[in-house]
Design a protein around this ligand. Structure first.
Ligand SMILES: O=C(CO)[C@H](O)[C@H](O)COP(=O)(O)O
Length: 216
């Protein structure tokens, strides 16, 4: 299980400092949507130049003009870019096509998706990576419901999960064995970010060492 660090609602300096503190525990670096809106593709280019070997996810949250935005993200150095699941099928297939040209990947953000039918459609569109997402604003009045995982129950796609995950909610999330855990605030908003990242990484490793079966 990989740890994707979501750099959200941060300045470029904060992103730099947080990465320096946490990089050893992090598998994938996510450049968050708000950070991209603030700094544009330059911040993706800057992180790429500082971490040439890292896997970088540009959380573009594209919903239209898929080809253009995918090219933007990949040219800036992203390995993975994101698109919203509710986008037109054409947007998604265009992005998948671009990712094949660039030898990169597209992650489809399932925020707001409630029907398994959309999951099957995404598979038919050639998608192989999705993220289950309990949104930031949804977190103001609740927390991730474990039934979220039902959406991808019979899917062979790679699954990431995001939305207020922290050390306390990890025991509920880990048994679903997502391929990637996306964690933002529980690391980036802590006083000791290095310790927070290390604790989450160790909790994942500990779980994987002592549990070998996926929960159904
Ligand atoms: O995509 C996002 C917000 O739209 C975040 O990356 C995701 O929600 C993870 O952040 P946090 O752990 O703080 O919820």
């Amino acid at each position: 299980m990989k740890l994707q660090l979501a750099l959200d609602r941060l300045t470029d300096n904060e992103c730099r400092e947080i990465l320096e503190d946490t990089i050893e525990a992090v598998d994938w670096i996510e450049v968050g949507t708000g950070v991209i809106k603030e700094y544009g593709m330059d911040i993706v280019r800057n992180i790429r130049s500082r971490y040439p070997d890292a896997v970088i996810v540009a959380d573009m949250k594209t919903c239209d003009a898929g080809e253009h935005e995918a090219v933007q993200a990949f040219k800036a150095g992203a390995d993975i870019t994101t698109v919203m699941a509710y986008s037109a099928d054409q947007t998604i297939t265009d992005m998948v096509d671009v990712s094949r040209e660039y030898n990169t990947r597209v992650m489809v953000d399932l925020l707001g998706v409630t029907e398994q039918e959309r999951i099957h459609e995404l598979e038919r569109l050639g998608v192989d990576l999705v993220s289950l997402h309990f949104g930031k604003d949804m977190q103001k009045s609740g927390s991730m419901d474990q039934s979220l995982f039902d959406l991808v129950k019979n899917s062979s796609m790679e699954v990431a999960v995001a939305g207020g995950i922290n050390l306390h909610s990890l025991p509920d999330v880990l048994p679903h064995r997502p391929d990637t855990l996306i964690v933002g605030g529980a690391i980036t908003k802590q006083k000791d970010r290095k310790k927070a990242a290390k604790q989450i990484k160790e909790a994942i490793k500990h779980y994987e060492t002592y549990n070998t079966h996926r929960c159904t």
